[in-house]
Design a binder for this molecule. Structure first.
Ligand code: ADP
Ligand code: MG
Length: 203
C-alpha cells in the first residue's frame, strides 16, 4: 500500500489529468447551456493546485484537502471555484488524519451540505449536486465496489440531461436547458472516476 503522501500525489495528478484531458468537452457542455468557461475554469484551478503539489501532498489528509480547496476558491473564477473549493475545504475540515471509508462517507455528506448552503441549491436543479448526492447515497447504502461507484457517478451525470436548470447560469435558459448534460455534473463524475481508478490500482 502506498504511503499517504504517495497516494495523495497519485490521486491529485490523476484528477488534474482527467480535468485537463476533458477540458474541451467541459467547455463545450458549458457553451451549450452556460458561458463556455467551465473547462477553462476547472483546468486553471487544478493547474494551480498542481503547481503547489509538492507542498500540498506532504501534508496530512485534512490539511492537503483544505489546501486544494483554498487554491480552487482563490484561482477559479465563476460559480464552480467557490463550490468545488467548498467541497474540498469541507472534506479537509471533516476528515481525521487517517480516514477510514466510513469517515470519507460522513465527510462527503458534510461537504455536500456545505456546497448546498453556499450555492443555495438542492438536488434536481441540474448541477454538480446531482452527481455528488446520488454518489453519497450509494456509499451510505453500503456501495463499496469501485466499479459500482464509478457507474453511479456516470449514471447520475447522464440523468442531468432531461433536467431543467434551476441554479447557475443554465437556469437563465429555462426550458432550453433541457436536453443537455450539466458541465459541473460531468466534472464531478470525472473527479470521482479518477479517484476510484487510483484506488483500484492500490487496493
Ligand atoms: P459559471 O456558471 O459561473 O460560468 P462554471 O461554468 O465554471 O461557472 O460552472 C458551472 C457549473 O457550476 C454548473 O454546471 C453547475 O454544475 C455548477 N453550479 C452553478 N451554480 C450552482 C449552484 N448554485 N449550486 C450548485 N452548483 C452550481
Ligand atoms: Mg460557465
Amino acid at each position: 500500500m502506498a504511503s499517504g503522501s504517495d497516494l495523495r500525489g497519485v490521486m491529485l495528478a490523476a484528477v488534474a489529468k482527467a480535468i485537463e484531458r476533458h477540458a474541451d468537452e467541459l467547455t463545450a457542455l458549458d457553451q451549450a447551456i452556460g458561458d463556455g468557461d467551465h473547462g477553462i475554469n476547472m483546468k486553471r484551478g487544478f493547474e494551480a493546485v498542481m503547481a503547489d503539489a509538492g507542498n500540498l501532498v506532504a501534508k496530512p489528509w485534512p490539511e492537503f484537502l483544505k489546501g486544494v480547496g483554498m487554491t480552487l476558491v482563490m484561482k477559479v473564477g465563476g460559480a464552480s471555484g467557490p463550490l468545488f473549493g467548498t467541497l474540498f475545504l469541507t472534506l479537509g475540515k471533516e476528515l481525521p488524519p487517517e480516514p477510514t471509508i466510513d469517515d470519507v462517507v460522513k465527510a462527503l455528506r458534510a461537504a455536500i451540505e456545505a456546497v448546498q448552503a453556499r450555492g443555495k441549491s438542492e438536488r434536481g436543479q441540474k448541477t454538480m449536486l446531482d452527481v455528488l448526492i446520488p454518489v453519497a447515497e450509494h456509499l451510505e447504502a453500503g456501495g463499496r465496489d469501485l466499479g459500482g461507484i464509478v457507474a453511479a457517478a456516470g449514471a447520475a451525470a447522464e440523468a442531468t440531461v432531461p433536467m431543467k436548470a434551476i441554479r447557475g447560469r443554465a437556469s437563465f435558459l429555462g426550458d432550453r436547458s433541457i436536453g443537455h448534460l450539466d458541465p459541473g455534473a460531468r466534472s464531478s463524475a470525472l473527479i470521482i472516476t479518477a479517484v476510484a481508478d487510483v484506488l483500484k490500482e492500490v487496493a
